[in-house]
Design a protein around this ligand. Structure first.
Ligand SMILES: Cc1cc2nc3c(=O)[nH]c(=O)nc-3n(C[C@H](O)[C@H](O)[C@H](O)COP(=O)(O)OP(=O)(O)OC[C@H]3O[C@@H](n4cnc5c(N)ncnc54)[C@H](O)[C@@H]3O)c2cc1C
Length: 445
C-alpha cells in the first residue's frame, strides 16, 4: 500500500504512525479503546471522503468514521484500517432569517452553539461541547433543551452524505426515506458531510445544578422524578447519582428552564427537596449551561450500558440507590435523562428512534482509570443494567451510549422490528457491503 497515492489525491492531510499528530488523532474519548489505524484521512469535503472510500476499497482496508470522537464504543478508530476523519470539516453556517443551520460533518456542539447563539438561536444538542453534532444527532440526541424542542434528530431537516461507493446523496424533502433513517439510525448509510437543522430563538436559561446528599437522598431523587413527570415543555431535567470520596451517595439534578415565570414551581420544588447541599441554579446564558458537564478527553476508561424505562417507580429508585452502593468507589455512576415534553409531541413516524414514549433513559456509566479495575467495573455496569431490565421500556438501549459488545438484538429492540427491517432495506441500498460497520450496526437486508 502506497499511502503517498492517497496524499496526492486528498486535499486534506493524511497521517500515518510516522506523523507527530498520529497519536492524538487516533485517540478515542474512551481510554479503554487503544487502536492503531494504518492511515488517517483528514477529509476537507465530499470529494475527499469519496477518495478515502476508494483508497480503502482498493487496499481492502477496514473503515472507521470519526466525527467528534466521543462514541463510548470507540467506533471512531480501527486497528490497521483507514479512518475517515472529519475533524477539519467543522464550519457551521447560520441563516438567521430562515432559522436554519448547516453543520459540517465533523462540527462539535461548541462549534454549533457558538455560531447559532451569535444570532440568539439554538437547536437541542448534547451537553458536552466537544461531542460531534452529526454522530449525536444521527443516534437521537438528548440534552438541555429536549423538553422544549425535542431530540436533536427531530430538528434535522436535511443533509448530504457520501455513500461508500463514492456517490453523493441528499437527504431531505427530496429523499424523505433517508432523512427518516438519519433521525436515529446512526452513521450506517454514508458519511454525512453536512447536516441541516431547524433553529429556535433562545435568549437565556435558568439552569445549573442542585446537589443533594445525606440520609434524605431517596426523597430528593423521588422529588426529581415527580418534578420531571409533571414538567411541561419549558423545563428539561437530567439527574445523576454518584459516590463522593467517603463513598456517600450524591444526587445531582440539572434543570434547564426557558419559561417566562421568574420563580417557577418546578424549581421551587427541587430547591426545597430534602438533602440539598448546594444550589448552583441561576439565570445564565445557554453557553454557560452547555459548559456544565465539560470533561477532559480520552483520560478515563468507560463502559456504559442502560435501558429506557417506562417509569421511575419507588422500587426502581431503591434499586438504583442499591446498585450505586455496589459501585464501591468514585467516579462513575448513573445518569437519568427525562424524556417528557416535546419528544412525546413529535410525530413518531418522522424518524426512527423507538424510545420517545419512554419516561426516562437510565444509563449505567462505569468510569475508571486503572486498567486493574477493568473487569470489576465492566461487571458492575453489566449487573446494574441487568437489574434494570424489569422496568425496561423496549429491551433496547440508547444507541448513542452503547458499547461495541451489544448484540444485534439490542440494536433491533432499540428501533422495533418494523423500523429495523426498513433500515436494513436502506442499508442494502446505500451500503450493501456493510463498509460502515463500526457503529451500532444495521446489517444489510
Ligand atoms: C462526554 C460525552 C457526552 C455525551 N453527551 C451526550 C448528550 O448530551 N446527549 C446524547 O444524546 N449523547 C451524548 N453522548 C453520546 C454521543 O451522542 C454518541 O456517542 C455519539 O455517537 C458521538 O458522536 P461523535 O461524532 O462525537 O463520535 P464518533 O465516535 O466520532 O462517532 C460516533 C459514530 O457516529 C458515526 N459518525 C460520526 N460522525 C459522522 C458523520 N459525519 N457521518 C457519518 N457517521 C458519523 C461514526 O461512524 C461512529 O459510528 C455523549 C458522549 C460522551 C462521551
Amino acid at each position: 500500500m502506497n499511502v503517498d497515492e492517497l496524499r496526492w489525491s486528498l486535499a486534506g492531510p493524511v497521517l500515518t504512525s510516522a506523523d507527530a499528530e498520529y497519536d492524538g488523532a487516533r485517540r478515542s474519548y474512551n481510554a479503554l479503546v487503544d487502536r492503531k489505524p494504518a492511515v488517517i484521512a483528514r477529509c476537507l469535503d465530499a470529494g475527499d471522503v469519496a477518495t478515502a472510500f476508494d483508497f480503502a476499497r482498493t487496499h481492502e482496508l477496514e473503515v472507521a468514521v470519526r466525527g467528534g470522537g466521543h462514541n463510548p464504543a470507540g467506533h471512531c478508530v480501527c486497528d490497521g484500517g483507514l479512518v475517515i476523519d472529519l475533524s477539519q470539516m467543522r464550519a457551521v453556517e447560520v441563516d438567521a432569517e430562515a432559522r436554519t443551520a448547516r453543520a459540517g460533518g465533523g462540527s462539535t456542539w461548541l462549534d454549533f452553539d457558538t455560531a447559532t447563539q451569535a444570532f440568539g438561536l439554538v437547536t437541542p444538542g448534547g451537553v458536552v461541547g466537544s461531542t460531534g453534532v452529526c454522530g449525536l444527532t444521527m443516534g437521537g440526541g438528548i440534552g438541555h433543551l429536549t423538553a422544549q424542542h425535542g431530540l436533536s434528530c427531530d430538528n434535522l431537516i436535511g443533509g448530504e452524505l457520501v455513500a461508500p461507493d463514492g456517490s453523493v446523496v441528499q437527504a431531505g424533502p427530496e429523499n424523505q426515506e433517508l432523512l427518516w433513517a438519519l433521525r436515529g439510525g446512526g452513521g450506517n448509510f454514508g458519511v454525512a458531510t453536512r447536516l441541516d437543522f431547524r433553529l429556535h430563538p433562545l435568549d437565556g436559561v435558568v439552569g445549573g445544578m442542585f446537589t443533594y446528599g445525606g440520609n434524605d437522598i431517596r426523597e430528593a431523587f423521588r422529588r426529581f422524578r415527580d418534578v420531571a413527570a409533571g414538567a411541561g415543555g419549558d423545563l428539561s431535567c437530567q439527574a445523576g447519582l454518584s459516590l463522593d470520596e467517603s463513598l456517600a451517595p450524591v444526587l445531582w439534578v440539572a434543570p434547564c428552564y426557558t419559561g417566562s415565570n421568574g420563580d417557577p414551581e418546578a424549581l421551587r420544588a427541587l430547591r426545597s427537596a430534602p438533602g440539598l447541599v448546594e444550589d448552583a441554579v441561576r439565570e445564565h446564558t445557554f453557553a454557560d449551561q452547555q459548559r456544565l458537564f465539560d470533561s477532559p478527553y480520552g483520560e478515563s476508561r468507560h463502559y456504559w450500558k442502560g435501558h429506557f424505562v417506562r417509569e421511575l417507580s419507588d422500587e426502581l429508585v431503591d434499586e438504583l440507590l442499591q446498585r450505586l452502593q455496589a459501585l464501591g468507589r468514585p467516579p462513575g455512576g448513573l445518569l437519568i435523562e427525562s424524556l417528557h415534553g416535546a419528544p412525546k409531541d413529535t410525530d413518531g413516524s418522522s424518524g426512527v428512534v423507538g424510545f420517545r414514549q419512554a419516561a426516562f433513559n437510565v444509563s449505567v456509566m462505569a468510569q475508571w482509570q486503572d486498567p486493574a479495575h477493568d473487569e470489576e467495573s465492566i461487571a458492575w455496569a453489566r449487573e446494574t443494567a441487568a437489574a434494570l431490565e424489569p422496568w425496561s421500556f423496549s429491551g433496547g438501549g440508547y444507541v448513542n451510549y452503547m458499547q461495541a459488545d451489544e448484540p444485534v438484538e439490542r440494536v433491533r429492540a432499540a428501533f422495533g422490528d418494523e423500523a429495523f427491517e426498513r433500515l436494513r432495506a436502506l442499508k442494502r441500498k446505500y451500503d450493501p457491503d456493510n463498509v460502515l460497520h463500526r457503529n451500532q450496526n444495521i446489517p444489510p437486508l
